[in-house]
Design a protein around this ligand. Structure first.
Ligand code: KIV
Ligand code: ZN
Length: 434
């Protein structure tokens, strides 16, 4: 993506700056239909799940956690419909999550009959807090739970040679687990599953609850990657939540720390404050010239489908997607954007270089028309820009100030924003009707 380049405001001759950058997109896994769905006041019905699954496929997700098929009849039926109605494209792998319990694991494999490819995602909780408060078990008993689950999964995989399996293990509550214990339990599962270079396993390290600053999370990921016995046969995956509001930053730093896969949701839907928002994460990469390999070129439609399926709302301030994020209310911002866009239109260079707008709104299906709105805070530049872009009037400089005042007065009287029709009307009254 040549239109953008990584942010690098200073050249420091004595050191490379910044020290690390994200240069390629990770493997994305959408957990919208599972973590996202389980956190909805009204969970999606099968039709809604199918509509959201279709959207996720269109956006380019190649790994999609479709649910918890052993948890309910709806979840089981959804799996069956995806498989029986052949809705899963050949290049998409569905993922199913299951706790390390025998009956649930068996039911999960039943739901998968006939699938071409599947990721089976086993998890159990490992933190000291969970061991003490929830399970009343010591470390070795928690390892046993994971190992027994892993062994059963290995047996059941052998009974379904028609399905290509990838296995995933999550030490749930990883970020609150002692690092040596996270490593011990993951290695125990690795010993059962025996991954190879051709058949790697996914080790997913959830920030089930975000409890620390992103650098601490990154240190945990880095330590794990460095100490894993065989890093080459494992795909280290992130699964950040947003309890401290830094889910995106934590995933970005986790990638810099060595992970190569990210689980998350559209617009950060998910338990409590949500999972990491993949729209923001992917478009952050895009804005630095990294191809995210997800298609957000029509963000309006994506928001609509997401809102219809989940009954959630995308906030007007949501990065990239919110209704107001390409709107400048302040006059000085409007003026700067105006100058930037004029220069951009004249420039031979493709590189995006417009103040206040981190990306070109058109790249995600938004339009310039929405950028400038007129209210009492808008300066003369914004007014002049709108007169030209909307109505083709190039106002002479002196008129910028004069008409700017007229518009400000009008907006003050009205106590709010004025529409472009009202703007034209004011112009007409002031100059054309004389
Ligand atoms: O947040 C979490 O820990 C999860 C796991 C079950 C992967 O959703
Ligand atoms: Zn989660």
């Amino acid at each position: 993506i040549t239109k953008y380049r990584p942010f690098a405001p200073v050249d420091l001759p004595d050191r490379q700056w910044p020290s690390r950058q994200i240069t390629t997109a990770p493997t994305w896994c959408s957990v919208d239909l599972r973590d996202g769905n389980q956190a909805l006041p009204i969970p999606m019905n099968v039709e809604e799940k199918i509509a959201l699954f279709t959207l996720l496929v269109e956006l380019g997700f190649k790994e999609i956690e479709v649910g918890f098929p052993s948890a309910s009849q709806t979840e089981f039926e959804f799996m069956r419909r995806l498989i029986d109605e052949q809705r899963i494209p050949d290049d998409v792998t569905i993922q199913v999550i299951v706790q390390a319990k025998e009956n649930l694991i068996r039911r999960t494999f039943e739901s998968l009959r006939g699938a071409k490819k599947a990721i089976v995602h086993l998890y159990n909780s490992t933190s000291e807090q969970q061991r003490r408060i929830v399970f009343g078990l010591d470390r070795s008993a928690i390892v046993d739970i994971a190992v027994r689950g892993a062994k059963l999964i290995k047996q059941l995989v052998a009974t379904m040679p028609e399905t290509q399996f990838i296995l995933e293990y999550s030490p749930e509550s990883f970020t609150l687990t002692e690092l040596d214990f996270s490593l011990e339990i993951c290695e125990a599962v690795v010993d059962v599953w025996q991954p190879t270079l051709e058949n790697k396993i996914i080790l997913n390290l959830p920030a089930t609850v975000e409890v620390a600053t992103p650098n601490v999370h990154a240190d945990q990921i880095e330590w794990f990657c460095r100490h894993l016995r065989d890093r080459s046969t494992a795909i280290v995956s992130l699964h950040t939540h947003n309890d401290r509001g830094s889910g995106v930053a934590a995933s970005e730093m986790g990638l810099l720390a060595g992970a190569e896969r990210v689980e998350g949701t559209l617009f950060g839907n998910g338990e409590r404050t949500g999972n990491v928002d993949l729209v923001t994460l992917a478009l952050n990469m895009y804005s630095q010239g990294v191809d995210p390999r997800l298609d957000f070129s029509n963000i309006g439609t994506i928001c609509k489908t997401y809102e219809a399926c989940t009954r959630m709302e995308v906030s007007v301030r949501h990065p990239y997607a919110g209704e107001l994020v390409f709107t400048a209310f302040s006059g000085s911002h409007q003026d700067a954007i105006n100058k930037g866009m004029t220069a951009q239109a004249r420039s031979e260079k493709d590189l995006w270089d417009v103040p206040y707008l981190t990306i070109d709104p058109r790249d995600i299906g938004r339009s310039y028309e929405a950028i400038i709105r007129i209210n009492s805070q808008s300066g003369k530049g914004g007014v002049a820009y709108l007169m030209e872009s909307e109505f083709g009037y190039q106002l002479p400089k002196a008129m910028h100030i004069e008409f700017g005042k007229v518009v400000k007065e009008l907006s003050d009287q009205r106590g709010g924003e004025i529409s472009s029709t009202e703007l034209y009307h004011a112009f007409e009254q002031e100059y054309l009707a004389r």
